[in-house]
Ligand binder design. Structure first.
Ligand code: ADP
Ligand code: ZN
Ligand code: MG
Length: 518
């Protein structure tokens, strides 16, 4: 009997810091991470006795938007609860959070990894306050506390254990980050701790092998049973999440193969230097947070009109934009995903497209309305534009470490260049040269082409002369071609292109050569 096959079960708990002006329950500046320690504080966020919290309306509205973006149900009423525990970074001895009535619940996010999108269900989206930050001295002898972070609004997003691979976990988090950026509620930078994630992982036998595994390990339950999870903390980058989960998959598989599947839930921390997870020292005790309704705050209520207003204010979200790009322009999902991954790139692309229509009409010889001409060229032209943005333009941006809105190239000029190339006024290699010049100077492509005399050599007389010369100068090669050595053609095309100083259309040269040598 072969060993039962195991599958991976992952659920993520993610915290996102909201970039509101002030903190969650006081008027302190919420940009404390860029300020001197303990300067953006007040008696409320320092937890002094007798102070009262006043909720931040903006944070509540943003948390509701996050919930809506994740397809959650946002209830008309939710409330705050106290979660009690002791830790030096928690001055009140409790955290104001939400327990049984979160802002949003029962949502999902589609994650694209590989061909088939995966649906990851969201259990809940709730609002809470952040703790202070502990700063450990390098000598390990003391710990300092910076209260600037205390009271920053956090949205916590908890998934169902629906994630089946580390790659999907990583893509889910990247999807969350993008949504936060589109909503404008957080930079969601993991490296800066604006997005923090605890990853829960366990293994279980695949349903087909459950019966067999049950006997072998003396397991309880049925095919739906989940086994004790390991919670992995200290994940400070998307890469760390993926690596830690891959490490855990291996570590836990080894335990199963040894006949010792994990029997208790544990907490481990990711260690970037060791490239592994290490068991946390504190013994896992069942926490009792003694949740109870926060007596200093009234429940959060939304009127129907407020909820409708929030829905109406929602921007187009990344997954919606992606779908629209696919259906509107017939582009591949993977291409749409690349454009959508940076809102500035998506904007640039859309502006280029709207400029393209005008350029196409101005360069088009045939009759028709702008829309008719556009429809007949759209698919090919957009395809060319996407490929030039994501390869050539991205390369130039990467080399100079610039973002697209810092570059000198305007959508209008880029659209003109794309149309010139599409209409074969210039060939691809000239277009590349022009693009590089435009990138540096911000000049108009037609000016660059004119000034450099880079226009396509397409006059019949000029081309015939070039072809004649190539045939005369390469009699040996021509002979070989005629004897059936067809790859020689490529060499002859190359010679002709050289003579035209790269300005001829290689396709036309090819046709003329074949015609002459036939
Ligand atoms: P806890 O009681 O430890 O808070 P929850 O049931 O609230 O656990 O789940 C916390 C997170 O852990 C959720 O994202 C959930 O999907 C995930 N999770 C729960 N059980 C498992 C399991 N057996 N394996 C993997 N992930 C799990
Ligand atoms: Zn304060
Ligand atoms: Mg829980």
């Amino acid at each position: 009997m072969t060993f039962p096959t195991l599958e991976t079960v992952i659920g993520l708990e993610t915290h996102v810091q909201l970039r509101t002006k002030s903190k969650m329950f006081c008027r302190c500046d919420n940009s404390g991470e860029d300020q001197e320690p303990n300067t953006t504080v007040c008696p409320v966020c320092m937890g002094h006795p007798g102070t009262l919290p006043v909720p931040n309306e903006q944070a509540i509205a943003w948390a509701a938007k996050v919930a809506l973006a994740l397809h959650c149900k946002v209830s008309r009423q939710s409330k705050f609860d106290r979660k009690s525990y002791f830790y030096p970074d928690l001055p009140k001895g409790y955290q104001i959070s939400q327990f049984d009535q979160p802002i949003g619940k029962d949502g999902y996010l589609m994650v694209h990894v590989g061909k088939k999108p995966v649906r990851v269900r969201i259990e809940r989206v709730h609002l809470e306050e952040d703790s202070a930050k502990l700063v450990h001295a390098p000598d390990g002898k003391s710990t300092l506390i910076d209260f600037n972070r205390a009271g920053t609004p956090l949205v916590e997003i908890v998934t169902k254990p629906d994630i089946q691979s580390p790659a999907v976990a990583k893509a889910f988090l990247q999807g969350l980050r993008l949504i936060m950026r589109y909503l404008g509620v957080s930079d969601a930078d993991m490296e800066k701790g604006h997005l923090r994630c605890d990853a829960n992982i366990s293994l279980k036998p695949i349903p087909e092998h459950f019966g067999r595994a049950k006997k072998k390990f003396g397991l309880e339950g049925d095919v739906t049973t989940l086994f004790p999870k390991t919670e992995v903390k200290n994940l400070n980058s998307f890469k760390a999440v993926e690596r830690a989960l891959e490490f855990e998959t291996k570590r836990q598989s080894a335990l199963w193969y040894d006949g010792k599947p994990p029997l208790v839930a544990v907490t481990r921390g990711w260690d970037d230097k060791k490239m592994g997870t290490v068991q946390h020292r504190d013994k896992e005790a069942a926490h009792d947070y003694r949740y109870f309704p926060e007596p200093d705050l009234t429940p959060i209520t939304f009127t129907k009109a407020q909820l409708d207003g929030l829905e109406r204010d929602m921007p187009e979200l990344p997954y919606e934009k992606r779908d629209r790009f696919e259906s509107q322009f017939g582009m591949r999902g993977a291409d749409a995903a690349i454009l959508v991954d940076d809102l500035r790139v998506a904007h640039f692309f859309e502006e280029v497209v709207s400029e393209l229509k005008a350029w196409l009409v101005s360069l088009e010889e045939v009759e028709g309305t702008e829309q008719e001409i556009w429809e007949s060229h759209k698919a090919k032209l957009v395809n060319q534009v996407v490929s030039w943005i994501t390869t050539k333009l991205f390369t130039l941006l990467n080399e100079r470490r610039q973002s697209i809105d810092e570059a000198k190239i305007t959508p209008e000029n880029f659209a003109e260049l794309m149309t010139m190339m599409y209409k074969r006024r210039i060939n691809a290699s000239v277009a590349q040269t022009v693009l590089e010049k435009m990138f540096v100077s911000g000049e108009d492509p037609s000016d660059i082409v004119e000034a450099g005399n880079l226009g396509q050599v397409s006059g019949e007389k000029e081309l015939t002369e070039i072809i004649d010369a190539v045939i005369n100068e390469n009699a040996g090669m021509v002979d070989q071609f005629k004897k059936g050595k067809t790859p020689v053609l490529q060499f002859l095309i190359g010679q002709a292109m050289k003579k035209s100083k790269g300005k001829a259309d290689p396709k036309v040269i090819r046709e003329l050569l074949i015609h002459r040598l036939a």
